[in-house]
Ligand binder design. Structure first.
Ligand code: TXA
Ligand code: MG
Length: 311
């Protein structure tokens, strides 16, 4: 709520950590210049200390405080997509804490597109480090209640901004090389980026420990989760069906079926909350129908593969 923003600013200025709604997922925010506050983020999440954090700013004028050697192409992307679900990897500015960058020479930065996040960032007037507000390796929260479930009393305050609109984490694009490289697919596609820049955009397919969201078993429910084609789902034996819940875009006969949208934007919006709720219900397995092979499903396919790979 907007009325809670002064309280959140006060807590952050005193070195506390605050859950902040963004358009993608909820973030766990701390003053990005305060090492003790950032340490609290790592402790609350149970996240390895060498994993870099994204800095969130409320105004593009602050970009030069965090990044240097910003290319015209990077600026073009910032202008085209900010505020919005795009994180730019840029050369870090001098003085940025190693805790933020995981000791790398680069920094991840974005302006989120959520009215409460923007109001908070404008009010505090400085950069906030904010990873997703989940325990390390788990599903990112897309509601305030989900943040509470994940972090409980480890977070000093939760700003409630309703359910996140986009529902999956931002697209991460590395702008430090010759051509842009997508490190994590999101709902802003490689094609949209290529269109703005009129340049070739590469995708990094190999897992890299530098991007924790790219570890195989990330975004994972606790319940065994498998991906299956509609044909496989249609031919499951009865005893399997009795203990599993099916998450599909097409209707089929099964005792426990969650029908998802056939539109990727709506599907992304619903995905994490659906998995989170199903994870509490004691099913033996969550069986998810594979999604189309087209680019508009890239981010969703990526998250589903990681959710399923844990087993
Ligand atoms: O949508 C989002 O990006 C959300 C919201 C809260 O903004 N944040 C988010 O943060 O997903 P996190 O920490 O869960 O994921 C950020 C990813 C991590 O995988 C991290 O490794 C990567 O960004 N990252 C951050 N700085 C980086 C850098 N300098 N180079 C490469 N990867 C970086
Ligand atoms: Mg995360």
């Amino acid at each position: 709520m907007f009325a809670d923003i002064p309280k959140a600013v006060d807590i952050l200025n005193k070195g506390g950590i605050v859950a902040m709604p963004t358009e993608t997922v909820y973030g766990l925010a701390a003053d990005a210049r305060n090492p003790a506050a950032i340490q609290k983020i790592f402790a609350a999440k149970g996240r390895p200390i060498d994993h870099p954090l994204i800095v969130h700013i409320g105004d593009i004028a602050l970009l030069s405080e965090w990044a240097s050697d910003i290319s015209p192409a990077a600026l073009q992307l910032a202008k085209a997509f900010w505020p919005g679900p795009l994180t730019l990897i840029l050369k870090k500015a001098p003085g940025v804490l190693d805790l933020i960058t995981g000791q790398q020479t680069t920094i991840g930065i974005r302006i989120p597109n959520h009215p409460i996040a923007l109001a908070l960032l404008k009010s505090i007037g400085k950069g906030l480090a904010a990873p997703s507000a989940n325990r390390f390796g788990r599903i990112s929260p897309t509601t305030a209640a989900a943040v509470k479930e994940e972090l409980g009393s480890a977070v000093d305050f939760i700003l409630d901004g309703g359910q996140c609109q986009v529902g999956v984490e931002s697209t991460i694009v590395d702008m430090t090389g010759e051509h842009p490289v997508i490190l994590r697919p999101g709902m802003i596609s490689a094609q949209q980026i290529a269109d703005v820049l009129d340049d070739k955009v590469n995708s990094k397919t190999q897992d890299s420990p530098r991007v924790s969201g790219s570890l195989a078993s990330h975004y994972a429910p606790k319940t065994e989760t498998l991906l299956m084609t509609i044909e496989q789902l249609q031919h499951l034996p009865e005893d399997k069906l009795m203990h599993a819940v099916i998450v599909a875009r097409e209707s089929l006969t099964a005792p426990y079926l969650i029908l998802m949208a056939n539109d990727p934007i709506q599907y992304a919006h619903d995905l994490y909350l659906t998995l989170r709720e199903l994870d509490k219900q004691g099913f033996k397995q969550i069986l998810i129908q594979t999604v189309p092979d087209t680019a508009d499903w890239d981010a969703i396919r990526d998250r589903l593969q990681r959710a399923a790979k844990a087993f």
